[in-house]
Design a protein around this ligand. Sequence first.
Ligand code: UD1
Ligand code: UDP
Length: 372
Amino acid sequence: MSKIRVLSVFGTRPDAIKMCPLVLALDRDERTESIVCVTAQHREMLDQVLGCFGVRPDYDLNIMKPRQTLTTITEAILEKLEPVLTDAAPDIVLVHGDTSTSFVAALCAFYQKIPVGHVEAGLRTFDRYSPFPEEMNRRLTGRLATLHFAPTELNRENLAREGITDGVTVTGNTVIDSMKYTVREDYTFEDETLRGIDFADGKTVLLTAHRRENLGVPMENICRAVQRLIARYPELRVIWPVHLNPAVRETAFGMLRGLPRVTLIEPTNVVDTHNLMAKCAFVMTDSGGIQEEATAVGVPTLVLRTETERPEGLDTGILKLVGVEEDAIFDTASRLLSDPAFYASMAGAKNPYGDGFASERIIDAICAWKGV
Ligand code: UD1
Ligand code: UDP
């Protein structure tokens, strides 16, 4: 019997981190033939992930441009993916989540009448402009897809509210599969700066921020809150692996470079990152994926956004939505640093995102759909 040809298309750091364990599982499964196409919407940050998981793409569209726009990303992928789809002739194209790579790859597959499977389907904030453009990217991908792999029951309900009930499977999130490869008790960091830090004093905080809607004033507010926290708490150490987006770097380095106990480093590889958050006192982030990962390892996390598509994490108490105003960030971080009862109320692993076998469930659902 011929194998099901599964083409996975991804291209940024977060979709790579969540698709690589699935690609490895597709490689292992005798029922499927795995083909990988990366758009390289991100270049260095994507290659870092591919290296960690040992995934070698069959096709590389290499589209990244400095200061690319949503339009240039979209047109480059549409143009360059079309011949790949013709050449690879997959039975199904898998895309992930909410990036422009995912939406445009789904659209391109639809134009060739190739069925699409949407991994991490059904996350919603119900605000079309926040996160932007991700909320619309995932809604449109949901419209285009034939199979929908929802991480949680709540995500399945979100799809049902939009009339999407056929081809939906609740699988767990592949990020937990990914963490099975990465998190270790006795881990030694690859990054030299991280190797030199003593995490035992419980005063180290991980910070990340990169969202389009946080560029400019919100990110300046975040930096100002950090300046105040550093001045107020003499033992506090803040580590920010800064995203390669020049707009992020201008603000981060412009406002925080040289500040004592603020360590601005290059993006850390995913294995370092997962182990870093597990060792930190708490996390401050506007990242989507880090909200799930921090929830899974039980590390209190202040979400630097006005909304989240991950209410499961809020329900555990581990995530707190603090927004992007300087005072709110300063006040809540201060409480975590000075009020042990408040800290304890947020800490402790309660993982609502699955058991680390999402990839296997996704493959089983694809095989069942093909009658294999
Ligand atoms: C993209 C996704 C966002 C996701 C984020 C994860 C879209 C529209 N946005 O946003 O959903 O949360 O990735 O990080 O799909 N750059 C490099 N090297 C890299 C990566 C980025 O130099 O390896 C720089 C380039 O100048 C690039 C810029 O960062 O133009 C922005 O990258 P882009 O993918 O357009 O936006 P992100 O904010 O990274
Ligand atoms: N991450 C990483 N190195 C970093 C920052 C983040 O490996 O320096 C990982 C993080 O653990 C998570 C993913 O990248 O798995 C999240 O990516 P990002 O925050 O860029 O995107 P989002 O999840 O918000 O779309």
